[in-house]
Design a protein around this ligand. Structure first.
Ligand code: NAP
Length: 226
């Protein structure tokens, strides 16, 4: 079944990899990009049905405009992939500044939350809606060590949000989080162990598989610990 799928942060990295695969499978991909130029340029490298939306997840006006666009052109949204994210400085909790925590939370946590909230009426119009939150094993509660405190906390919070939404929306919309592994992108760096295609795989699977659970945390299509 052809789906209408919104990917935030779709202009590069894992997000672009997800857009490429989903458009290649014949879905309608709404590629969210913080800057329109970069989204348009990224989309020009892809085949399939891609529509670019200017969508900075920290800008309420952008989210509202995206909701209006999807309402006017599609009337519903089948899958929301909250992929946009930023990394924090490498410091641990002892040295992390509250300012840095707020900066990272604004995108990785509040951004994903607000996009999900405002897209909800459109998702509720789909017969089988899904929300996929791009989290990280670095936010898993049994792995809160090794620096990047602000980033880790933002992903732990995103995981908590995933569970809350999954419980509240049970029976209507499935909500899951996933970790892509360590991926060769601007964020992951050149030494990372995985290709963008490998990092994108679980998101593509969660978006398109016939039956998926809700309220789980995945890596490599398998449930992992929160
Ligand atoms: P990336 O190459 O740095 O790309 C990040 C994407 O997010 C870019 O498109 C960026 O847009 C976008 N973005 C950042 N802030 C945004 C905002 N306020 N509004 C909209 N878009 C915004 O990173 P990546 O490796 O592909 O990461 C994608 C996701 O996977 C992130 O959530 C990340 O935390 C997660 N993840 C990555 C790894 C890894 O090893 N790479 C591991 C675990 C989890 P601009 O181009 O405008 O900056």
């Amino acid at each position: 079944m052809k789906k209408i799928i919104l990917v935030t942060g779709g202009n590069r990295g894992i997000g672009l990899g997800i857009c490429k695969e989903l458009a290649g499978q014949g879905h309608t991909v709404l590629l969210g990009s913080r800057t329109l130029d970069q989204g348009v340029s990224a989309a020009s490298s892809l085949a399939g049905e891609i529509q670019v939306l200017k969508l900075d997840v920290t800008e309420e006006a952008d989210i509202v405009r995206a909701v209006k666009y999807i309402t006017d052109h599609h009337g519903q949204l089948d899958v929301l992939i909250n992929n946009a994210g930023i990394i924090s400085t490498g410091t641990g909790a002892t040295f992390s500044e509250a300012r840095e925590v707020k900066r990272v939370m604004e995108t990785n946590f509040y951004g994903a939350w607000r996009v999900a909230q405002l897209m909800l009426p459109l998702l509720e119009k789909s017969r089988e809606a899904r929300i996929i939150n791009m989290s990280s094993g670095m936010g898993a509660l049994d792995d809160l060590d090794g620096g990047y405190a602000a980033y880790r906390m933002s992903k732990s919070a995103l995981n908590a949000l995933t569970i809350l939404l999954a419980n509240e929306l049970r029976g209507k919309i499935s909500v899951n989080a996933m970790c892509p592994g360590w991926v060769r992108t601007e964020m992951g760096g050149a030494d990372a162990s995985r290709s963008i295609e490998q990092g994108a795989d679980t998101a593509v699977w969660l978006a398109t598989a016939e039956k998926i659970p809700t309220g789980k945390f995945f890596r490599d299509r398998k449930v992992i610990s929160w």
